[in-house]
Ligand binder design. Sequence first.
Ligand code: SAM
Length: 201
Amino acid sequence: MIRINNVLLSEGKGGVYGERMMDGYRVWNPYRSKFAALVMKRKDIDLPPEFIVLYLGAANGTTVSHVADYVDTVYAVEFAPRPMQDLMAVSERRKNIVPIMGDAGRPSEYAMITEPADMLYQDVAQPDQTGIAIKNLPLLKDGGILILMLKTRSVDVTRSAKEVFEASILELEAGGLVVEDTLWLEPYHHDHACIICRKGE
Ligand code: SAM
């Protein structure tokens, strides 16, 4: 990944969803992708080539396709039929993406398709975001990393973003995770926190 001022570039061979290209690199927009926002804010986020990623909330596969530029395989879970169609088309162009039509709240439905993940990335904007992450922990390797993009307004609009965030941290810790880092995705995404956790060895 290459950062030039406010532009992030990824190194895949050829465009995937009509994104702009710069000198042969794919422009990865942090205002459209929370992962790109994380990379813009945290310079040490790594996507090693041997990584297996389980991606929950794949939508139409734009961010998935950038992650797939770097890692071995992305298992991409999405439950809505319309974005799933786009995700299927993206997976035609990136052979290391495995599209899975499934409910991230029911990991037993896709556990047999996936392999143990080095990274669990979740971006589902649902009320029970921490519960979904915890249910998927059996699919994450011991010592693996969880990156949870927490949309606080989807959890509870009546509580402040800070309250939802603090309660979510407690739930993740109670679920057996070690919280390693947290940040807010401002100015790219409002009321979105990124919580980075490690699953115990
Ligand atoms: N990660 C995407 C990206 O960066 O391009 C954007 C994800 S969008 C904010 C959230 C997606 O999660 C939607 O496409 C929605 O259909 C999907 N989603 C929500 N709940 C889900 C669930 N329980 N299982 C699978 N997908 C879910």
